[in-house]
Ligand binder design. Structure first.
Ligand SMILES: CSC[C@@H](O)[C@@H](O)C(=O)COP(=O)(O)O
Length: 365
């Protein structure tokens, strides 16, 4: 999507054809910095330290991490070790495992000396498919927004609430939850987005707001606790969020705080949709409580990053020095609270039957 006048993807191959370039998302919105990855360790650090984040982009980075690792050693043993190292970087987003398994499956049968080239080809394919998938999510999801727009007789913008960042920065392009929003804007539908700040890492304030501002899309940043109030006062027409892992029965695991938004939406009869690519479905799980929830460093809660008036980036403490913090990074919204799942294959109920209808080959496997 757009950064200034240029069209960017969130990850791309450098001009030399082997280095990998990413946007350092820990520096946004204050600095736009491109970082070059040259080794498997670089890719692992980019994922664990969240220079890249968002389930689909984590998967894409892992695929390129595989390429970088294989440049050093493309033996059978390395193939296993690279995958294991990548999978350990972050536990919740299943796209990481999905990408690693896909790379292994393609590369394992090949002679070692041909693996590097094949790995780059496959990583490129994963990225290309991600763009097409998210574009399709946008095409299906926009119909929900259009329906509300027509119900409002096209008189006032459709108010969409979103949590965390499930925009183009979280994928290779387009985003999942924001793809229908971008599409709506392209089709001339008036939208306004309520952007949850998304403590503690503020992906809403730092990334979603930045993306929307760059595209001139009407939005307001709100604190995480404001959503329920806005819903009670008729100021939210629809919630659309992303997911890091969806069970075969439609439970969705997303950024911490998503569940509370789903509860408030249910209490206020507001449709609550989750947008996802097929690669985010974990067909091995039927109960969201089995999803591993990442526990991150307490520092993310106890200190906040910001820009001083002079322009320098700084970090300040916001709690007493002796206060410990607990930092679960994701929560699970049970399928019963989800109005529907927006996928690249269409929209379905958040249920085993709904998902099986769209992905019969996976559900039956
Ligand atoms: C299309 S992204 C869906 C999710 O990955 C997104 O909503 C999210 O929770 C990201 O969490 P993050 O911790 O920033 O990686």
């Amino acid at each position: 999507m757009k950064v200034g006048d240029r069209h960017y993807h969130s990850i791309w191959l450098a001009d030399d054809g082997w280095g990998v370039e990413i946007i350092d998302q820990t520096r946004l919105p204050h600095r736009f910095e491109v970082v070059r990855l040259e080794t498997l360790a670089d890719a692992c650090r980019a994922i664990s330290d969240m220079l890249v984040r968002g389930a689909p982009l984590i998967g894409a980075t892992a695929a390129y991490g595989f390429c970088l690792g294989l440049r050093r050693d493309s033996s059978d043993q390395a193939l296993l070790q690279i995958g294991e190292q990548l999978v350990r970087c972050r536990p919740t987003a299943v796209n990481l495992r999905w990408a690693v398994e896909r790379m292994r499956l393609v590369l394992a049968p090949l002679p070692a000396e041909t693996r590097v080239e094949a790995a780059y080809r496959e990583a490129g394919r994963i990225c290309g498919e991600d763009v097409a998938t998210n574009e399709a999510i946008g095409r299906h999801g926009v119909e929900l927004i259009r329906r509300i727009w027509e119900e409002k007789e096209k008189k006032t913008p459709v108010n969409i609430l979103t949590h965390c960042n499930a925009g183009w920065l979280a994928t290779v392009d387009w985003g999942t939850a924001l793809a229908p929003v971008y599409r709506a804007v392209q089709e001339g539908i008036a939208v306004h987005v309520w952007v949850d700040e998304t403590r503690p890492r503020n992906q809403g304030a730092h990334l979603t707001a930045w993306e929307l501002a760059a595209h001139g899309i009407d939005h307001h940043l709100i604190v995480d606790n404001a959503g329920g109030h806005l819903m009670q006062h008729g100021m939210v027409d629809i919630c659309i969020v992303g997911t890091d892992r969806t069970t075969a029965s439609g439970d969705v695991c997303n950024k911490i705080g998503t569940y509370l938004k789903a509860l408030a939406a249910r209490d206020n009869n507001i449709p609550f949709y989750v947008a996802l690519p097929g690669s985010t479905i974990d067909w091995t799980l039927t109960d969201g409580r089995e999803i591993p929830i990442e526990e991150r460093d307490q520092d993310e809660i106890l200190r906040v990053w910001g820009r001083e008036e002079g322009g320098d980036l700084t970090r300040v403490s916001i709690a007493p020095e002796q206060t410990p913090a607990a930092n679960p990074a994701f929560d699970v919204t049970p399928a019963g609270l989800v109005t529907g799942l927006i996928t690249e294959r269409g929209i379905c109920p958040a249920s085993r039957e709904g998902l099986a209808g769209l992905y019969p080959e996976e559900a039956g496997a």
